[in-house]
Design a protein around this ligand. Structure first.
Ligand code: EZ4
Ligand code: CO
Length: 413
């Protein structure tokens, strides 16, 4: 079975997505997600200009060989653009192999290890009453674990807080990328004050625990904003509230910094959504500095590379917590769900529900029931791209916000 053609689709049904479709000479098709939030056209060019021409005529069944060919053969290895492009090819080839086998992909990864993947949703509020409403709404929707993010007194909009999340607000999740259709095609700028945040967050957790009790798994995303010593203090201050995890407590490319955090707190730690290679994790994993691997299949070289990364983590007792924001397309989400079902060291799966327009373009067969996600039993990944629907939503420039301290200094967002 040879690759006959490959094409790159860019569509914007509520937000931008980049999708690779590979077609074989016997008419099978496979999809791969290559969406890189705010840098979509760079990945489209990498694929269309530099990868697609190499794929035609290759054996579609040689997934590992194709991965190595693109990674080593490109000479310039790693980086989010390269690894998103390789991920798309890899995922599309796994989709094809599973369709050819007539099996859902998780069967080729070893079969299921559990009934479904425990998912967490994004509860948020500008203030505590709004957040409590949002947690209630998530529980009513079936979530059995929630991430909680809150506004900070004295600050304007901050990461993770949806506009109108209160009672009667939107049932969809926080979408940080600002589209040019909604305003100028420039990143919005937010204001940040870490000390105000550190004072406020324990009060938020206290209110949520008082309202919902000790059982509900609670997560929180620090989104790279703290220094290591600030993160250590927050982890310690949150210990009474028994977090499932504290995510991205400090910028993660400084792996050694996590030794300091780990040395001060027993709050479980998660990181890696901006990583794109297992090499980004070698200190974190081998020194057991984190508890959960947060990468996305889409940004870390696909199913082949993610399986290796998760197997490395398993050797050190570290579990998965794969990234599942709306900027991972339903194709990338399905890829994560097949891995979640198959691996032994599954931890939890992030689940930001996609906009209904997104689900018009991407026809999914994954399900969410009783708090668990399941990839479904359709052969392959179980996602199809409707080209006509996609064409109705042309690419719209969109960027993530930029963060500044009160004095104007650029800060991690
Ligand atoms: O800000 O995916 O845990 N989830 C996150 C996400 C990221 C976006 C960036 O594109 O941190 O909401
Ligand atoms: Co995050």
């Amino acid at each position: 079975m040879k690759i006959r053609s490959a094409d790159v689709n860019v569509t914007s049904p509520g937000r931008n997505f980049v999708t690779l479709r590979i077609t074989t000479d016997d008419g099978l098709t496979g999809l791969g997600d290559a969406t890189l939030n705010g840098r979509e056209l760079a990945v489209r060019s990498y694929l269309a200009d530099h990868v697609v021409p190499l794929l035609t005529g290759r054996d579609a069944g040689r997934i590992e060989d194709t991965w190595q060919y693109l990674y080593r053969g490109g000479y310039w290895r790693r980086g989010p653009v390269t690894m998103a492009a390789i991920a798309a090819v890899d995922t599309a080839l796994w989709d094809i192999k599973a369709k050819a086998a007539g099996m859902p992909l998780y069967q080729l990864l070893g079969g299921r290890s559990r009934r479904g993947a425990l998912a967490y949703g994004h509860a948020s509020g500008q203030d505590i009453p709004e957040l409590l409403d949002s947690v209630r709404a998530h529980l009513a929707d079936g979530f059995q674990a929630v991430r909680i993010q809150s506004g900070v007194p004295g600050l304007g909009p901050v990461y993770g807080v949806a506009a109108g999340t209160g009672s009667g607000g939107t049932r969809y999740d926080y979408e940080p990328a600002r589209r040019s259709a909604d305003g100028p095609a420039l990143p919005v700028e937010e204001t940040w004050d870490t000390r105000a945040y550190l004072r406020h967050l324990p009060r938020v957790f206290d209110a949520v625990r008082q309202e919902f009790g000790p059982e509900l798994p609670l997560l929180h995303d620090g989104h790279h904003r703290m220094t290591p010593i600030q993160a250590a203090r927050l982890g310690r201050d949150l210990e009474p509230y028994d977090l499932f995890w504290l995510e991205d407590a400090t910028p993660s490319e400084d792996q050694a910094a996590w030794r300091l955090i780990r040395g001060h707190t027993t709050t479980p730690l998660a990181t890696g959504e901006v990583f794109n290679s297992a090499y980004d994790y070698t200190t974190l994993i081998s020194e057991r500095l984190i508890d959960y691997v947060r990468s996305a299949v889409t940004h870390t070289g696909g199913i082949t590379a993610m399986r290796k990364l998760l197997d490395l983590a398993a050797l050190y007792g570290i579990k998965s917590g794969l990234h599942g924001p709306t900027d991972v397309s339903p194709v990338g989400m399905a890829a994560a769900l097949h891995l979640d079902l198959a691996i032994h060291n599954f931890g939890i799966q992030e689940y930001m529900r996609h906009d209904p327009r997104t689900l018009e373009v991407f026809r999914t067969s994954y399900t969410f029931q009783d708090g668990l996600l399941h990839p479904g039993e359709t052969p392959g990944l179980g996602v199809e791209l409707d080209d006509e629907a996609a064409a109705r939503f042309p690419y719209t420039p969109a960027y993530l916000p930029v963060n500044r301290l009160r004095d104007g200094t650029v800060h991690d967002w």
